[in-house]
Design a protein around this ligand. Structure first.
Ligand code: BGC
Length: 915
């Protein structure tokens, strides 16, 4: 396969180069349409000494490749645009690279905004204009630049939020050139200057392995400063640092650190910093905790506390703390921001008499409420994901999490939103309003990391579309700075197993590059000294909760996936010590390379029956699973070693991989090829990770299919088998069976929850049983993304979008219609631009529109027995210059295409469209 692909690539480059030499300049607008610095737009506070640039090129022409580029960087927009006093100018570089170009100009200074732009030349003699000027701003770049002191308040019982303030003066006569706030806390904060909120990020400073790394944020606050009198205020809550969620692994007190740098036009700089001159008080946010929600007492509001002219003589002095500042790091991933706002779908009175607002979508964030009532009265908002079968509000599955916001009114009209908490909900029970809420006054606000949507997937089957929507909402709800298992009960932790299962699907839906890069650094930071990897990251469960197969293997699987998807070798470089340490640990603890010890979650939440006399439960031996993941992790490390040029390591881990496989076969496979666990997950893992000798694979596939048939065409895997089962079936020629599983809609299946009205992915295949009753309340989340891992198969097999070279520089479009679908569209925004595959089947015609970004090339597989049956834009493909036929194998015609939009039609396509 590999050899074959190399051959294809060679041919492609020969064909394209040959063609382009012949073509003269055409009327094509070559333009740079999007730019990124370290994968983000205009990042503030980037401490990367060599940030990397990426740009997306567009052209109206086809088969466009970048031949050269020029980048310019300056610390002044004017200088950049005039081309003077540049800090870095590459000159014209002959290169096709447009993704992740390292900055190698003059050393970057802290607190500086750098402007940059790029222009490109293509293979047809065109040159673009300069791109729109883009910028990034450096942070403090060195922890020793923190001049401010950590300050704290004397903690009082039952109060979890403290208010801090400081008045300061700016020189009225001077023009302020720049004002930058640097902020972090041991806790969670909201800051304001002169009564105006600083920035639009939420849940800051985000969650990291706080004992090793705490992120700070950087804000441009020039616009909210006044001339003369100013006040900065900070509300400090517990967040992930101290509340129940932290399980006491961090500090016992919250604290904050602020540095506000104001630069005047005359060159003078003043710095306002947290120190012993700041004052502190309690305020209306009495308590605000991630699991339990907020209590806000308007009677305790302090009017004007974050504005000048306020008398703070009754406020206390802060306590200065000597906490370390060396572990403060810049924020690499996108902050959590507000996104969708939903109005009530319905406001109902339940049989038990509760007033319940239904937002129609299970989501994560909070409710914004406008309310008026008597002073001292309370409004209580309770949050739930589901109603029970009688239609009553159901919260048992939240376990001990209260998810409840209490607002005590002041007698005037007020707007409420919680500060340091969020809720997972579709339904909100409103108490204390005295009347049915006005729908205009109650809004659900979704919060999630601002990663940017990259994928779209839609078909002719509404149930599948709902599944895709459920996957996307599951991702939104569980990507709040860390990838969590669930967002509602008293858990909300960065479970590694769930994250590795879902990671590839996540990367289709949104750009999760920096999100996972950041989290993987926490994984490495929390990795134990012996190399073992905790099952939740950041690790708040203690060092004994580590080492489970398929969970701790996130250490190898996720960096590898992220590299494949974004083509970014830096993540492999950064994570390599952690990846290697994990595999070395496994070698150490295994018994002659048999991983038959330790605690494992196994194939979590596999199909099981309560009273299992007939042995129907799909139990897979946990050590068999452990051996599979051991082999896979060793293989990944071997490949990464090779990519990073570490030949010795490559040899060692390759050999290790071979030995682990051998042990697997000796221990878990009978001479006839049956696995000791006759389950779908056992066969799926053995096949997915290539553990069986080649001559035993076909029969393993047969056994897998027999097993699926024995369960009347249902999936029975848990979290570990589910991501791979359809891939394995497809790879071994069983596309129809894969579609049967996908479209099955009785329990257990992906569409069963859809039929039950799910709007997110459930933790269990049957969170709501066929009779409408619930699964055990102790583990029944309705927003758990793990089973959403099927999303990747939908993009790669139904729509047919597959990476070939890491980062989609070369990719494959191979749609594989089935299941009676009559159309499907998949889109993916890559670092090269939009890839689109949009097919439909009508009257024996298969039509596909394909969009291929500039600077990439594609192999397209069209389902046709011969090229004669295919037209492009109405012309036989044999006559279309930009369409190169690579191979016709009877099933498929394979084409090599360069960038552009194409519209192919295959005649005589025999297919039974049902949906
Ligand atoms: C979580 C999971 C997690 C699991 C470990 C559960 O409580 O919600 O999704 O992976 O524990 O098995």
């Amino acid at each position: 396969m590999l050899k074959f692909e190399t051959k294809i690539m060679k041919r492609l480059s020969i064909i394209l180069t040959g063609l382009f030499l012949l073509v003269t300049i055409v009327n094509a607008q070559l333009r740079v349409v999007n730019t990124f610095v370290e994968n983000r737009h205009k990042p503030m506070g980037l401490d990367e000494p060599q940030p990397r640039f990426t740009w997306i090129i567009a052209s109206d022409d086809r088969q466009v490749l970048q031949n050269a580029y020029e980048i310019r960087v300056s610390d002044s927009r004017e200088n950049l645009e005039e081309g003077e006093h540049l800090l870095w100018s590459t000159g014209k570089i002959q290169s096709s690279q447009s993704v992740h170009i390292d900055y190698t100009g003059e050393s970057l200074k802290p607190g500086t905004r750098y402007f940059w732009r790029v222009k490109v030349w293509d293979n047809k003699g065109n040159v673009s204009k300069w791109s729109e000027t883009d910028w990034w701003q450096t942070g403090l770049m060195d922890p020793s630049a923190w001049e401010a002191d950590w300050v704290s308040a004397e903690h009082e019982n039952n109060i979890t939020a403290y208010y801090f303030r400081k008045d300061f003066l700016t020189d009225k006569k001077k023009e302020i050139l720049k004002a930058t706030a640097y902020l972090t806390v041991r806790g969670m904060y909201e800051a304001s200057i002169n009564g105006k909120r600083v920035g639009n990020a939420y849940l800051t400073p985000g969650w990291t392995s706080y004992n090793n790394r705490i992120q700070y944020q950087v804000y441009d606050v020039k616009e909210i400063l006044d001339k003369g009198q100013n006040t900065i205020g900070v509300i400090l809550g517990e967040g992930w640092y101290k509340g129940r969620i932290s399980r006491k692994v961090y500090g016992s007190e919250t604290a904050m650190l602020v540095q506000l740098v104001i630069e005047y036009a005359d060159g003078e700089t003043i710095i306002i910093k947290s120190n012993d001159t700041w004052k502190t008080s309690t305020g209306p946010v009495i308590s605000s905790s991630i699991y339990d929600g907020e209590i806000y007492d308007s009677g305790k509001e302090i009017i004007g506390w974050d504005c000048s002219g306020f008398d703070d003589s009754s406020w206390k002095r802060v306590l200065v703390k000597d906490y370390s500042k060396t572990n403060i790091i810049h924020t690499y991933n996108e902050p959590v921001r507000k996104h969708e706002e939903l109005k009530p779908l319905e406001i109902l009175i339940s049989p038990e008499g509760d007033t319940i607002v239904d937002f129609g979508q299970n989501l994560v964030g909070w409710v914004r409420l406008k309310a008026m009532g008597n002073k001292g009265d309370s409004i209580i908002l309770h949050h739930a994901e589901v109603l029970d079968r009688e239609g009553n509000f159901y919260t048992d599955n939240l376990r001990s999490a209260l998810q409840r916001n209490i607002y005590i009114l002041n007698g005037r009209e007020q707007g409420f939103e919680p500060h340091f908490s969020w809720q997972g909900f579709r339904y909100v029970k409103v108490e204390g309003l005295g009347e049915i809420p006005n729908p205009d006054d109650i809004t659900a606000v979704a919060l999630y990391s601002d990663m940017g949507q990259t994928g779209n997937f839609i078909t002719s089957n509404p149930d599948l579309n709902q599944l895709q929507s459920n996957i996307q909402w599951g991702q939104k709800g569980n990507f709040l700075d860390v990838p969590t298992d669930c967002p509602q009960r008293d858990e909300r932790l960065g479970w590694t197993g769930d994250a590795q299962a879902f990671c590839r699907t996540a990367a289709f839906n949104m750009n999760v590059n920096n999100f996972f890069s950041k989290w993987l650094k926490d994984l490495a930071a929390d990795q134990l000294d012996d190399g073992n990897v905790p099952v939740v990251i950041p690790n708040v469960l203690g060092n004994r909760s580590a080492g489970s197969a398929g969970w701790s293997d996130a250490a190898t699987i996720i960096p590898w996936n992220i590299y494949q998807i974004y083509g970014d070798k830096r993540i492999l470089h950064d994570q390599y010590p952690s990846m290697k340490a994990w595999v070395d640990y496994l070698v150490d603890i295994s018994n002659d390379l048999l991983r038959n010890n330790g605690f494992h979650f196994g194939d979590w939440l596999f199909y099981s029956v309560d009273d299992d006399n007939g042995g129907r439960s799909a139990v897979t031996d946990k050590f068999l699973i452990a051996q599979c993941f051991f082999a896979n992790s060793a293989k990944i490390v071997a490949e990464v070693a090779s990519l990073l040029g570490m030949e010795d390591d490559h040899m060692y881990y390759s050999a290790l991989h071979g030995q682990i496989k051998e042990v697997f076969n000796n221990e878990f496979v009978t001479p006839n090829g049956q696995l000791v666990s006759n389950t779908q997950t056992a066969y799926v893992l053995a096949l997915q990770f290539d553990l069986l000798p080649e001559n035993m694979r076909e029969q393993a596939v047969e056994r897998l299919i027999n097993n699926i048939r024995a369960y009347d065409d249902h999936i029975t895997t848990g979290f570990l088998g589910a991501p791979y089962i359809n891939h394995v079936l497809t790879r071994y020629g069983q596309l129809d069976v894969a579609y049967e599983l996908l479209l099955q809609d009785t329990y257990p299946s992906w569409l069963y929850p859809v039929k039950k009205g799910a709007t997110t992915i459930w933790e269990r295949w049957n969170g709501i049983k066929p009779d409408g009753s619930f699964q055990y309340a102790s583990m029944n989340s309705f927003n758990h993304y793990a089973y959403g891992a099927i999303g990747e198969w939908m993009y790669t097999i139904i729509a047919g979008i597959n990476p070939k070279e890491p980062g989609y520089r070369d990719f494959i479009i191979k749609p594989q219609p089935g299941g009676g679908l009559s159309s499907a569209k998949g889109e993916l925004n890559t670092y090269y631009g939009l890839i689109r595959s949009n097919w439909r089947i009508e009257n024996d015609l298969f039509n596909i529109e394909i969009e291929i970004p500039v600077n990439t090339s594609t192999i397209v597989y069209l389902p046709a027995s011969s090229a004669e049956l295919i037209t492009e834009g109405g012309r036989s493909i044999r006559g279309v210059e930009e369409v190169n036929i690579l191979e016709e194998n009877g099933d498929y015609v394979m084409l090599i295409l360069g960038s552009g939009n194409y519209n192919f039609t295959v005649e005589g396509f025999k297919y039974q469209a049902k949906h």
